[in-house]
Design a protein. Structure first.
Length: 135
C-alpha cells in the first residue's frame, strides 16, 4: 500500500521528505529498490539542481558522486551532469578572475581539481613547460 499511492504522496512532500519516504519504502521492501530507482534519481538530481542554482557546487558534486556509487550503470547521466557542473564552475571562475575575486577563483579551481585531479595537474605542467620553453 505504501507504493500504490506513491506518486500522489511524493507530490505533497518536499524533495528531502520524498527521498526519505523512498528510502523508507526501500528499507521495508528491498525488492522494490529497482522500481523506485528513477524516482529517487529524479529527486536527487532536483536537489543537486537547487544547489547549482544557489552556486553550492560542492554539494551538487557530492550528490553526483553518491549517484555514481549508487547507480554505476547510469554513468552517462553522471558524466553529463559533471560536464555541466564543470562548465558552470569555469564560467564563474573566469568572471571571478575578471572581477579580481581571486579567492572565489581559487576555491573553484580547488573543486575542479577534486573533480578532475589529473586534468588540473596536466594544465599546470603544460603551463610550466610553455613558460620554460621560451627561456
Amino acid at each position: 500500500e505504501l507504493y500504490v499511492n506513491i506518486d500522489a504522496k511524493l507530490k505533497a512532500l518536499s524533495i528531502n521528505e520524498s527521498l526519505e519516504y523512498i528510502e523508507y519504502i526501500e528499507s521495508i521492501t528491498p525488492k522494490i529498490i529497482e522500481t523506485l530507482k528513477n524516482k529517487k534519481l529524479n529527486f536527487l538530481y532536483k536537489k543537486a539542481d537547487i544547489y547549482l542554482n544557489t552556486r553550492n557546487y560542492n554539494s551538487a558534486f557530492t550528490i553526483y558522486l553518491e549517484n555514481k556509487k549508487l547507480y554505476p550503470e547510469d554513468t552517462y547521466i553522471y558524466t553529463g551532469r559533471i560536464n555541466g557542473l564543470v562548465r558552470l564552475i569555469i564560467e564563474e571562475t573566469n568572471k571571478a578572475l575578471t572581477n579580481q575575486d581571486y579567492i572565489l577563483a581559487y576555491e573553484n579551481m580547488q573543486l575542479l581539481n577534486t573533480i578532475y585531479p589529473d586534468m588540473i595537474d596536466y594544465i599546470e605542467n603544460n603551463n610550466w613547460f610553455k613558460k620554460n620553453e621560451k627561456k
